[in-house]
Design a protein around this ligand. Structure first.
Ligand code: NZQ
Ligand code: ZN
Length: 397
């Protein structure tokens, strides 16, 4: 039965070739007069995109400052630096040029500037909720995290090794400009990690034990099949614009909550387990998810068997006869084969991470603490379950 839901996806999407020319006009229409442009380690500079963004802002007489050097698994200190700059220059609008890391940094700065009397980390530590946030927008250069339309914001406290999420509709971007051409410069590993992340945002909402709708399942299954097909294409033809477009739009739809309407909010334990890996070992988020998912799936599938069978049949195309357990296992194996086919890992060894027993316990303890009351939907996990999932993921098959 479908659960009640609210669907809120306010982000204006400007998609396609040359859309970066629109940035200044859009920013002006959304009230920007002093912009902080947030970007990463240099890809946006090298491609010439940053220069175009700034020319587009200047053409509308919008003042701007730059904050570059955002790293993957973006850090709290950089957020604090952005808040300081924003205060100094009366910034009233945040524009991220990049992927999830630049966008999440921009969101966190936007929270910090809107309520300067508080420490921004309190949001991520879940000791308070935000009442305000400055407007945020993005120019997306990698299809992956979905932050361009999501309410999520993920920041790593480099002093404690905690990678934490703060979810709030206040930070949903006002607009996002997406030109798939700019994703052609991505290294294959980043393209494919992004494809895994997009799939996982859909799968986290699919493997649930509460509330289902046929229309939501059909959207999710169609999205997953489309991403798989185009992820394989891009592995062999990275310059394929059509495939880049499919993946880029899928990334936004996968995490704007569309594929979760009518369910119980999703499972999200693969994500939470991966965030601890990111906090401790600084791994690429999508690749970390690929390395955790098979272990999670085998551990929980008996508790959520109808969904795993449906997934095997409708997404992975498993046509064999057999018990539900055999069909579910065939689906998980097919998923591993798919990950391998696009150069992704299926366990921690292949990810290049070799945690000690103590590190596994520590990740599980931190994950448990970060989860609050929500420890899954396919199966509610205990601390021991988390330790088993990490331990099984650490064994290569
Ligand atoms: O820093 P630059 O030089 O730009 O290089 C980046 C970075 O090294 C590179 N890149 C991006 N666009 C490029 C490019 N290289 C060449 N050409 C381009 N066009 O790709 C690398 C990864 O960038 P990043 O922004 O980190 O990628 P992604 O979008 O995967 O973001 C990952 C972060 O988002 C969080 C993840 O946990 C991670 O911290 N997430 C955020 C979510 C949200 N806010 O809703 C949800 C997700 O589940 C996720 O947790
Ligand atoms: Zn993700």
């Amino acid at each position: 039965m479908a659960y009640n839901f609210e669907f809120y996806a306010p982000t204006k999407v400007i998609f396609g070739k040359n859309t970066e020319d629109e940035i200044g006009k859009q920013a002006k229409a959304f009230g920007a007069s002093s912009v902080l442009v947030v970007y990463g380690g240099g890809s946006a500079k090298r491609s010439g995109l940053l220069e175009k963004v700034e020319a587009s802002l200047s053409a509308q007489s919008i003042a701007f400052r730059e904050l570059g050097g955002i790293v993957p698994n973006p850090r709290l200190d950089k957020v604090r630096e952005g808040i300081r700059m924003g205060k100094e220059h009366n910034v009233d609008f945040l524009l991220a040029v990049g992927g999830g890391s630049a966008i999440d940094t921009a969101k966190a700065i936007a929270y910090g500037l809107a309520e300067p009397e508080y420490d921004v980390w309190e949001l991520f530590a879940h000791t308070r909720t935000a009442r305000k946030c400055l407007p945020v927008a993005s120019v997306l250069t990698i299809a992956a995290a979905g932050s361009e339309t999501s309410r999520g914001c993920v920041i790593t406290n480099e002093h404690t090794g905690e990678k934490r999420v703060y979810d709030d509709n206040l930070a949903r971007p006002r607009f996002t400009v997406m030109n798939p051409e700019y994703t052609k410069t991505l290294p294959d590993y980043q393209t494919e990690s992004g494809c895994v992340d997009i799939m996982m945002h859909t799968m986290e909402r699919y493997f649930t034990n509460g509330g289902n709708m046929e229309i939501t399942d059909a959207l999710a299954e169609g999205l997953l099949r489309t991403v798989m097909k185009n992820a394989v294409k891009l592995h062999h033809q990275p310059g394929n614009y059509e495939a880049r477009s499919e993946i880029m739009w899928a990334g936004s739809l996968a995490h704007n909550d569309l594929t979760g309407c009518g369910n119980d909010g999703g499972d999200f334990m693969s994500h939470k387990l991966e965030h601890e890996l990111g906090g401790m070992f600084d791994v690429t988020h999508g690749a970390g998810l690929a390395a955790i998912w098979p272990s999670w799936a085998r551990y929980v599938c008996r508790e959520c068997l109808p969904r795993f069978v449906r997934y095997a049949r409708n997404v992975m195309g498993i046509a064999i006869a057999g018990t539900d357990e055999e069909i579910a296992e065939a689906g998980i194996r097919a998923m591993e084969d798919f990950y391998h086919s696009i150069g992704m890992p299926v366990n921690l060894d292949e990810l290049g991470v070799h945690p000690t027993g103590r590190q596994i316990e520590e990740m599980a303890e931190r994950c448990m603490a970060a989860c609050g009351n929500h420890t899954g939907s396919a199966k509610k996990l205990t601390l021991e379950d988390m330790i088993h999932i990490y331990t099984n993921a650490a064994k290569s098959r």
